[in-house]
Design a binder for this molecule. Structure first.
Ligand code: ME8
Length: 509
């Protein structure tokens, strides 16, 4: 893996305000981006909004607004969410920006030059809600009407269209998947994509003439580009494409495109095909995560059960929400959102296990060690066992995050926190002040070292709360990277009195 890391989220349609599913995709990307920075890598982390196409044009019409004014407004609500969720994106792209139109037209022109695009006519099914074409054998029939597999209604479309020679890319895509076994994760999703490509690819309609809200096709103003070729191009626009001398271009190809499972086909089939056809490298990985349901039900506007991430942050706090979303469900699988489960994680793992461990240790340092970090002394067997587990943690967490196994990374951290709680219970430093004060201080030092490591590796998940914990532990800002863990803090360091890190919630609201 290169030392640069480019990490992206889907760009979200501005047809409606953001919900917890959108926050989830960007959260995963944020945690990986923060981890890479903690490793000292150069990172570029991108999110943004997808603003063209029929679906957005229709949403603007329904709102009685001009599409540009409408997209300005809704895009802002996604930008506001990045602040609410503490996202550390380096850029926020909008597909209505000039830089993006320029990139789309450049990519298109390149594909024309390479002989990959031809003019024809499209006749077939289209689902505006998915902004996707479907073959007749993919549709399901209900009450005499036809629907896409996603449940979206379809309409018959017949119009002139430019096509991308996708069918010619079938074997080269399969060869690419073969040569890059981790290009699509999780593996179950990879198998689905491979099977789909093996079943045969048709050429892809990549322009529309029946509406105008899109990027114009170079040299043919009667066509706008299909919203997916426009949307996918955002990932290279943001790095400066077509200016390959742009300072950020060196970050291509992306380390990971995070996407929901609903849009994997576009990212794992169309996108590498467009790129390879244009002579550009394909991304290193596309990770398709699962979908959240709400207390067992599909999240949908018509059911009125859309989960507002802003309300959750207000109710439970930002970091508990960030922790819960990545802890509760194996990343890649579907999950059910329940407030009871969130409260259980918050109370059990954050407030009790981690929060109490920090509070007990730091309070005892105030009382028994004159508020100063005790010296490191020769370890007992129990001390050495804890220290070894703690020392291994960055490597273990890093290996999981390299494969986007956020839940396993958090499980490994929590296992170490549980063991540290076992250690404090057995060592009982509160009882040692009178019987063996030197041992009491040594125990507190080992616990402090462990807490420092926990707080360091948890920063990407809970940046605000872990900054507070690192302050309480006396760790200077310059010593909060992974490398710094190798250098012990000096004995005698003055520590401030601790404050509770997490607020316990009595019962689910
Ligand atoms: O598809 N659970 O945008 P979109 C988890 N513009 N994730 C969810 C979710 C749920 N219930 N609902 C939505 C688009 N998501 C295109 C993308 S990219 C070049 C263009 C997340 O606004 C998930 O990541 O419909 C999904 O892929 C994305 O939101 C779809 O957002």
């Amino acid at each position: 893996m290169t030392s640069n890391s480019y990490i992206t989220t889907p760009i979200y349609y501005v047809n409606d305000k953001p919900h917890v599913g959108h926050a989830y995709s960007t959260l995963a990307a944020d945690v990986l981006a923060r981890w890479r920075r903690l490793q000292g890598r150069e990172v570029f982390f991108l999110t943004g909004t997808d603003e063209h196409g029929q679906k957005v044009e229709k949403a603007a019409q329904d709102a009685g607004m001009d599409p540009q004014a409408f997209t300005d407004k809704v895009s802002q609500s996604f930008r506001d969410l990045t602040a609410t969720m503490g996202f550390s994106n380096d850029d926020f792209i909008r597909t209505t920006e000039e830089r993006h139109k320029r990139a789309c037209q450049a990519l298109w022109t390149k594909l024309v030059e390479k002989g990959e695009i031809y003019l024809g006519a499209y006749e077939g099914w289209y689902a505006v809600r998915d902004e996707a074409f479907y073959g007749p054998d993919e549709l399901v029939e209900r009450d005499g009407a036809k629907y896409a597999p996603s449940g979206a209604p379809v309409e018959w479309v017949k119009e002139p269209s430019y096509f991308f020679r996708l069918s010619a890319w079938q074997d080269r895509l399969l060869a690419y998947y073969d040569a890059n076994p981790d290009f699509i994760l999780p593996a179950s999703r990879r198998n689905e994509v491979v099977a789909f490509v093996k079943s045969g690819l048709s050429d892809l309609s990549i322009s529309r003439t029946s509406f105008t809200w899109g990027v114009k096709v170079p040299g043919d103003d009667s066509h706008v580009m299909y919203v997916w070729i426009d949307a996918l191009t955002n990932y290279i626009t943001a790095l400066g494409y077509p200016d390959e001398a742009a300072p950020n271009w060196k970050l291509w190809p992306a380390e990971v495109h995070f996407v929901g499972k609903d849009i994997l086909r576009f990212h794992a089939i169309y996108w590498p095909a467009f790129l390879l056809a244009a002579g550009l490298p394909a991304p290193q990985r596309v990770f398709a995560h699962g979908w959240w349901t709400n207390e067992g039900q599909k999240i949908s506007k018509s059911l009125g059960n859309v989960i507002d991430p802003v309300a959750l942050v207000e109710e439970f706090g930002l970091d508990p929400l960030r922790y819960f979303l990545l802890r509760e469900v194996p990343f890649g699988q579907d999950g059910d959102f329940s407030k009871t489960a969130l409260v259980n994680r918050l109370n059990g793992e954050l407030a009790n296990a981690l929060g109490n461990l920090a509070n007990r240790t730091l309070s005892l340092i105030q009382r028994n060690a004159e508020a100063q970090l005790p010296e490191a002394t020769a370890p007992t067997e129990a001390d050495a066992a804890l220290a070894a587990q703690v020392a291994a943690l960055p490597g273990v967490v890093g290996a999981h995050l390299d494969r986007q196994e956020f839940h396993l990374a958090l499980e490994a951290i929590m296992a170490a926190v549980r063991d540290a709680n076992g250690y404090i219970t057995v060592a009982a430093p509160w009882a040692l002040k009178k019987t063996d004060p030197a041992r009491g201080l040594a125990v507190l030092r080992h616990l402090h070292d462990a807490l420092r490591a926990f707080a360091t590796v948890l920063q990407p998940f809970m940046p605000g709360t872990m900054a507070k914990l690192l302050d309480q532990l006396g760790v200077p800002e310059v010593a909060r990277g992974l490398d710094a863990l190798a250098t012990p803090l000096p004995a005698g360091l003055a520590l401030p009195p601790p404050e509770p890190l997490f607020r316990k919630i009595e019962a689910a609201a």
